[in-house]
Design a protein around this ligand. Structure first.
Ligand code: NAD
Length: 439
């Protein structure tokens, strides 16, 4: 089986590498020459644990290659995947389909034989039909099928998620497309992971509905966390107590309290809300989730302000972690993008440290100083903020940190430590999410 993968971002590169590891011959295409040059040199342009090893293994086996040239990539391929970005369109909240449609047109012009055009990007309902129309209009002679194959991997655990998915969703219109998709995912069938075959619209809707439901759960527990702080309850215990109820099936995400509903969630929830509005069937719960997410970010900034006595001006703040979660270098929609500018804008000197976030963060967070380790960042600080729970930040010597600080105060926005830990280590103020924390 020969596969072409368009887009070598978080989804395209991981999918391409994993498909080649299944034994397929994969050519990954990107229009960004910098990325292709890096990949050809054996460098991985993103940080994703384990990806480099798997990529090298499959390049060496001759099953995986990279190119800027779509036409050569598509030559002989039975399937071509579109895995390009679908960011929120400025102004109206819709997913921006510009890159998807451009890729569809390029495929149509490059293809010389039957091919299944598979959309892996997250796209609104109706997009696969639009892809079909775009390809047909650009190359009326071409024999092709379309398929929707939304991706559910999480950055930071992407290879595991791809290789051992809870399910694979495939939307098709023809038996021929269903057969090609079944052949591609056959290695997973052998391991008995469920593959759900649906029509195009249902596959597209599953992705948005699944993400919006997760975002709703996270937002729900964030609201409960805010209430816990007021009434003296501990959100961790509350969510555990809720999650033990079989009707909730999976644990309520206490760990996520304070996280403003993930990386793709803002884009996908906004897009779903717009789809609802366009069809005069508003998804009011999702509209509320979007609003609460914004409020949650503001609540985090208010917490820091309280700890700093009402003003950031002239304060030195050490920020541990800027990526939106551990084990990734991705900063899109990260809480740091709201919190750090609020600190800098309020007159604070910000010293940040992140195991992988610096490359992206330097451009996105102007005016901050980058440190090599948390102890260096804490030197002379008036406040320490734990913003991403990287392993490196989970077992810090709190006494060594507090000794280095000018005023030892901690905002533990990931609930890694406890009030008791902090007080014992010499901190004079501590706050976290969803539990009473002030010293
Ligand atoms: P990304 O921005 O990391 O990568 C997109 C890549 O596509 C870029 O390298 C870009 O140069 C390339 N590209 C754009 N147009 C091209 C073209 N015409 N030809 C060749 N290359 C082109 O994006 P991503 O995070 O991998 O997301 C891709 C899609 O997958 C999005 O729709 C996203 O919503 C969805 N998704 C992402 C995740 C995630 O965790 N990142 C998870 C599930 C689904």
């Amino acid at each position: 089986m020969r596969i072409a993968m368009i887009g070598t971002g978080y989804v395209g590169l991981v999918s391409g590498v994993c498909f080649s590891d299944f034994g397929h011959e994969v050519v990954c295409v990107d229009k960004d020459p910098r990325k292709i040059e890096m990949l050809e040199r054996g460098e991985v342009p993103i940080y994703e644990p384990g990806l480099d090893v798997l990529m090298h293994k499959n390049v060496e086996a001759g099953r995986l290659s990279f190119t800027l040239d779509l036409e050569s990539a598509i030559d002989g391929a039975q399937a071509v995947f579109i895995a390009v970005g679908t960011p929120t369109r400025r102004g109206d909240g819709h997913a921006d389909l510009r890159y998807v449609m451009a890729a569809a047109e390029e495929i149509a012009r490059a293809a010389r034989h039957h091919v299944v055009v598979v959309t892996k990007s997250t796209v609104p309902v109706g997009t696969n039909r639009q892809v079909r129309e775009t390809v047909a209009a650009a190359n009326p002679e071409l024999d092709f099928d379309v398929a929707s194959n939304p991706e559910f991997l999480r950055e930071g655990a992407a290879i595991e998620d791809f290789m051992k998915p809870d399910r694979v969703v495939v939307g098709v219109e023809t038996d021929r497309a269903a057969q090609v998709m079944a052949d591609i995912y056959r290695p997973l069938y052998l391991r008995e992971f469920p593959i759900l075959t649906t029509d195009l619209e249902s596959a597209e809707m599953i992705k948005y509905a699944a993400n919006a439901f997760l975002a709703t759960k996270i937002t729900f527990i964030n609201e409960i966390a805010a209430l816990c702080e007021k009434v003296g309850a501990d959100v961790k215990q509350v969510s555990r107590g809720m999650g033990l109820d079989g009707r909730h099936r999976q644990q309520v995400p206490a760990r996520r309290a304070g996280r403003t509903a993930g990386r793709a969630f803002p884009t996908d929830t906004k897009a779903l809300a717009r789809i609802g509005q366009d069809h005069a069937s508003p998804v009011s719960i999702i509209e509320t989730v979007i609003k609460i997410n914004e409020d949650t970010k503001r609540r985090m900034v208010d917490k820091l302000l309280d700890l700093c006595g009402g003003s950031f001006n002239g304060k030195t703040v050490a920020v541990l972690g800027v990526t939106f979660k551990p084990n990734t270098d991705d900063m899109r929609d990260a809480p740091a993008l709201t919190i750090v500018p609020a600190l800098v804008g309020g007159g604070a000197r910000v010293r940040t440290v992140d195991p992988q976030g610096r490359r992206e963060g330097e451009a996105l967070l102007p005016g901050v100083s980058w440190m090599d380790d948390p102890y260096e960042a804490a030197e002379g600080a008036d406040l320490l903020v734990v913003l991403t729970e990287w392993n490196e930040f989970r077992a810090l010597d709190l006494s060594a940190l507090s000794e280095r600080m000018s005023v030892p105060r901690m905002a533990d926005l990931r609930n890694v430590y406890s009030l008791e830990d902090a007080l014992t280590a010499g901190f004079t103020a501590y706050d976290s999410i969803g539990r009473v924390g002030h010293a």
